[in-house]
Write a protein that binds this ligand. Structure first.
Ligand code: C2E
Ligand code: CA
Ligand code: CA
Length: 284
């Protein structure tokens, strides 16, 4: 009976731990994967809603895993945050993205898009943030004004003084700061004016209520237009995320939102796909 009980426990443990083991393996594989450059970056255009021209590009990391194939960031960014791997991984993404942005800066000059890079909470609190960004800008030769860093509300609100000071320093260097997924987290709206922020990115979840003109959710629509007004009062620009339909783009444009990002305009893809768009614009 004792042996049986033990087996039951073993079985229970196996089931419960199967995914934990998989997670653990992914975590453990990350340092070598970074070394071997199994990660790569896709780029998604940020499009001016008036002109439909590409004003910026967001860098989105992916992992080409030798056994599991292509993994999206939702599979490994959280793990990387837990282990601290997000700091070297995030630095690698920033470096790749800035190299790419510099290539576009050389080819397209003033019309080159700015590069927007996600910054995890751990990175925003890393004491080497400013020196890492400075080193990467110096090495790549990218104009600091062509770099934007995206932080979530929770990363930027209620942060201690030091990380905030780092963001202020970056902002003084000309680097733009954006709040990602705005409206989904906890924000102290009054406090916003004291933060070194240039742009709000309104979370894609708000677009659902603007799906098509016949069935606009009036509450969502009011929330979104209030957020846009607030941003403008504070002197910030606004990007609508997750724009999938013409109705959403039209509505956001009417509300006064400057920029849109989403499948309607372009999915995340390789640098060449963005380059094609930029080249086509040159000949427009
Ligand atoms: P995010 O920063 O909110 O990035 C936007 C996500 O929305 C991307 O998912 C993008 O592919 C997706 N998306 C774009 N347009 C549409 C649309 O029209 N409809 C829908 N339904 N989705 C759309 P992705 O690439 O899977 O990235 C997921 C999250 O992973 C990102 O969310 C970001 O939080 C995180 N992430 C990605 N790359 C990095 C990175 O380099 N560092 C850090 N710290 N986080 C990253
Ligand atoms: Ca983002
Ligand atoms: Ca977002």
């Amino acid at each position: 009976a004792k042996a049986e009980g033990k087996n039951q426990w073993a079985l229970f443990d196996t089931e419960r731990n199967a995914s934990e083991v998989a997670q653990f393996r992914l975590s453990a594989a990350m340092p070598a994967a970074l070394e071997r450059e199994e990660f790569y970056v896709d780029y998604q255009p940020l499009v001016e809603l008036g002109e439909y021209t590409v004003s910026g590009v967001e860098a989105l990391v992916r992992w080409w895993h030798p056994e599991l194939g292509r993994l999206g960031p939702d599979r490994f960014i959280g793990l990387a945050e837990e282990t601290g791997m997000i700091v070297p991984l995030g630095r690698w993404v920033l470096s790749k993205a800035c190299e790419q942005a510099k290539a576009w800066q050389d080819e397209f000059g003033r019309a080159a898009p700015f590069m927007s890079v996600n910054l995890a909470v751990r990175q925003s609190r890393d004491p080497n943030l400013v020196s890492d960004v400075t080193e990467i800008l110096d090495r790549t030769g990218l104009d600091p004004g062509k770099l934007q860093l995206e932080l979530t509300e929770s990363a930027i609100m209620g942060t201690a003084d030091e990380p905030l000071e780092a963001l202020r320093t970056l902002s003084r260097m000309g680097v733009r700061i954006a709040i990602d997924d705005f409206g989904t987290g906890y924000s102290n709206l009054a406090y916003l004016r004291h933060l070194p922020v240039h742009e709000l990115k309104i979370a894609g979840s708000f677009m659902e209520g603007l799906a098509d003109s016949e069935c606009i959710d009036p509450v969502d629509a009011r929330i979104v237009s209030t957020l846009v007004d607030l941003a403008h009062t504070l002197g910030l620009t606004v990007t609508a995320e997750g724009v999938e339909t013409h109705a959403q783009a039209k509505r956001m444009s009417e509300i006064g939102c400057e920029t849109g990002q989403g499948w309607l305009f372009a999915k995340p893809g390789p640098p060449d796909a963005v380059r094609e768009l930029l080249t086509a614009e040159q000949h427009r």
